[in-house]
Structures are given as C-alpha cells and as structure tokens.
Design a protein around this ligand. Structure first.
Ligand SMILES: [Zn+2]
Length: 473
C-alpha cells in the first residue's frame, strides 16, 4: 500500500498534527505543516482523529443473516409475533424455514404455545429466535425438519436452542458469505476497524473459506470445535486469512437475563429457579487447561452473579488469564477478585438499556450489582466494549453513548454513578493508539464527540491497516 499523510488531524493530547502512514502503520507524527510530505496528502481540515473502533463481541453470520429475517422486536406478546410470522408466510422460500428474530419473551406473562404457530403454519417450519439468542420458539413442522422433539410450548433454551438455530442458519450458508461481505463493507461508515466473531459454527474454518475481510476479525473457537482447533494447531492471534486471525476460546457457562437462565446466587422472583449452569466448574477448568495447551486465550460467557463467581474460581484455580464476556451481575467481592486476578471484562452497554425493565423485574434487589462499567474501570480491570450483534446493532457509537450517558430515548440515566467519560469510552472501544509504530487503524470524526451526539456521530474517514475503508472527505 502506498504511503499516505493524513494532514491537519486533531489528536487528543497532541494538538494539530500530520500523521504519516506507511505499510499499514503510523510511521511518523509531526506538528501540522512542520515537515514536507513525502507521500500523497489527505487533508483532514482539523477533524478529530481517533484510534479506530472495535466491536469485541459479534456473532457475524447470525448478524448478517438477521437483517433478512422477520423482525419481531416490537412485538409485545406471542399473538403479535404470530401475526408478523403469518404475514411473512407468502414470501417463504420453498424448503426453507421462516425465521423471525428479536423475540422478547422475558417481558411476556408466560410461555408461548407451539399450537399457536402450528395453527398459522401447519406445514411450513417456523423458528422465532429470542433477541438474546438464548432461546427460540418453533412449530411442529420445524421439529420434524430438524428431527427434534418440541414440547407444547415449542420453546428451546440454551444449548438445544443454539444447536437448532445454528442448523437453521446453515441452510442459507451458501448465501450468507455474500451477505457477510456486504455487511462488513459497510462498517467503515461507523469507524469500525475490527471485531471479535463469536459465531457458533466454527468461525475459524468459515474465515479460511470466505473472502479476506475489510476489517480485522478475531474468530472465536467453541468447545465443540476444540478437536478441529487441535488439528489446525492455530493459536489465538495466528493469521487465518488477510486481517482475520484466530480469536479466543469461547465458553458459555450460563444463560441470559432475557431467557431467565443467567445463573444467580438468588432464585428468580417467585420461583426456586436460579438459572442454568451450562458448564460446571470442573468442566470449565478442564476447558481452560485444554485451551491453554492449544494456545487459545479464554473468553468466558458469564451473566449471573453465581456464574461470574464460578468463572473467577476457575481462573483462580488454573492461574490462566482471559476475560469474561458480559459480566452483567457482579458482587463487590467478585469485582475485587476480578481486578486481583487481572481478568478482563467484555461488556455490551446497550444490553443495559435494553434490559432496564428485565433488571427491575428479575434482579431488582441487586440492581446495583448490574452493568458496573464505571466500577470495573475504576478497579483497573481491562474493560472492552461490544454489541453482541445481532442482539444490539453493530455500531460502537451506540455502546460508547450508552457507557457515557447510561440513557436512551429521553429516559433518565440508569445508575449514572457507573457512567464513564467520553475519553474512557473511546479507549475501551479501541485496541490501538495514535503513536509511531501503532497500526494505522484510524477514524476521523465529522463532529466533536459530545455526549449528546455520540449515538449519531458522523465518521468522515476510516482506515484499517493503512487502507481507506470509508471516506466522505
Ligand atoms: Zn453473544
């Protein structure tokens, strides 16, 4: 790639500078206009230049496919979902299930009924996936298609639901690669330079096959693909294909708040149910050890406070370091332990705003233990931000806005004591700095990042490894 100079960039702490870029890295920084350029010049005209943004938790294929699904996010009950599905039936492709996404059944009164979907679609397979991806609601025809038993509710939760949804998604795998390419090409508009792909279906193998991506991709490995990982011998950080590399070992130890399967110290109100522990401690320890042998850094999904405690126990006993995905409900003691053990936290601030009602309903007595971004940062814990797309949109500015303002849609801020400032939120969303030798992963902003405009922040230029992926200049 030809060298280029980004002239007249405003950089936090450095003032107005010229940034020389060569071979995908920042080669020199000099006060604006103080040196003669030796390369093509792109004049930023005083725009603020920031390190490019990462989304640290994405399900890439599910995200790219979800925009082609029936959107039921706005539905407030099973009847409304069924009506949306019924309206989509005439468009159904022969042989393929009708799939809806965004079900928020955690806010409904009770479990839905399979018969409701059987009535509207006796022969067409239907699957309605929850907004948190941890459960799905299907009809009998879907059960027959996959050869699985569905009870009268038609609900699947956790591992059974992930497996069924992954099989349904695989039915469009031939087209999904093109959709992923299109969706990734659009990310430069939001200043995105990299993401962690936590697709359930051997993301490493998928990225070996797909076209080289326009953004950095760390492709995660799940326990069911550990044998394949051992055969490949590829470690976290090893290149796969262009900017795609092997990512972390992802282990899902508990469920989610929306599906009421997050594993908690206290039962869900009115029940004796504490949620679902998918991976017991001994098993988690052996997975951490196997991952370490294979050179895979762990990223452990834990949402409930008990799941977080057990994940920290496993980190402590094995001495292996890594990070916890979500860490949504954390006691004071575990937050302190996380800092001592130097375990990172990968947080999705938009979940907090989507889940305000769920937290009040199910974790009301422990709400101050939820989404403790400010406390995690203050404790010196390595916090990174993400979207969990398609659970929330793949746009780091939404995460940054939520972390800073703790509010959306004119609502009052939620637990504002846990807010972080803009500079901190930007740091938690980037992996590089603007300094000589750092990767040329950069974004130039069309406006100052004031808290009230973060959500719609205009991005005028994005560069990944020195290559321009978006420009309004
Ligand atoms: Zn996820």
């Amino acid at each position: 790639m030809a060298p280029v100079r980004l002239a007249n960039a405003r950089v936090d702490g450095a003032g107005s500078v010229d940034v020389d870029i060569d071979s995908g890295r920042i080669a020199a920084l000099s006060p604006a206009g103080s040196t003669v350029p030796s390369a093509d010049v792109l004049d930023l005209g005083g725009r603020r230049l920031i390190p490019g943004l990462w989304d640290e938790h994405v399900h890439v294929r599910t995200w790219a496919v979800s925009s082609r699904r029936v959107d039921v996010r706005a539905a407030t009950g099973p009847q409304e979902v069924a009506a949306l599905v019924r309206a989509a039936l005439p468009e159904a492709e022969p042989g393929l299930p009708v799939v809806a996404a965004g079900m928020r059944d955690g806010l409904w009164g009770g479990a839905p009924s399979r018969l409701l979907l059987d009535d509207i679609a006796p022969d067409v397979p239907v699957m309605v996936v929850s907004s948190d991806l941890h459960s799905s609601w299907s009809n009998a025809a879907l059960g027959r298609l996959l050869g699985i038993d569905l009870d009268g509710t038609g609900m699947l939760r956790e591992a059974a639901s992930f497996a069924a949804a992954t099989r349904v998604e695989s039915m469009v795998a031939d087209r999904a690669d093109a959709w992923i390419g299109e969706a990734l090409a659009d990310l430069g508009r939001r200043g995105v330079v990299g993401l962690v792909d936590l697709d359930f279906d051997d993301a490493v193998r998928a990225w070996e096959r797909r076209a080289a991506p326009p953004v950095r991709i760390d492709a995660g490995v799940y326990p069911h693909d550990l044998d394949a990982a051992a055969e490949r011998g590829a470690r976290t950080g090893d290149p796969i294909n262009g900017l795609a590399r092997v990512g972390p070992l992802k282990v899902i130890t508990d469920g989610s708040l929306g599906t009421r399967t997050a594993y908690c110290h206290a039962p869900y109100p009115g029940t004796a149910d504490r949620g679902v522990l998918e991976v017991p401690p001994e098993h988690l320890e052996s997975l951490l050890r196997r991952g370490a042998e294979l050179g895979l850094t762990p990223a452990i999904h834990a949402i409930g406070d008990a799941a977080n405690a057990l994940a920290l126990d496993a980190f402590a006993r094995t001495g292996i370091r890594g990070r916890i995905e979500h860490a949504q409900l954390l006691t004071d003691a575990d937050l302190a332990r996380m800092a001592t053990l130097r375990i990172g936290a990968s947080i999705q601030p938009e979940h907090m705003l989507d889940d305000r009602e769920l937290v009040a309903r199910y974790w009301g007595d422990r709400a101050t233990d939820a989404f403790r971004i400010g406390s995690l940062v203050a404790a010196g814990i390595d916090v990174v931000l993400g979207s969990d797309a398609p659970v929330t949109p793949l746009d780091p500015w939404l995460a940054i806005s939520a972390a800073v303002t703790r509010a959306r849609d004119g609502d009052p801020p939620w637990q504002p004591a846990e807010a972080v400032d803009v500079r901190t939120a930007l740091r938690l969303s980037a992996r590089s700095r603007i300094a000589v030798g750092e990767p040329a992963d950069l974004a130039a902003l069309g406006d100052d990042p004031e808290p009230h405009r973060l959500r719609t922040m205009p991005v005028d230029l994005t560069m990944v490894a020195g290559r321009i992926t978006h420009s309004n200049l």
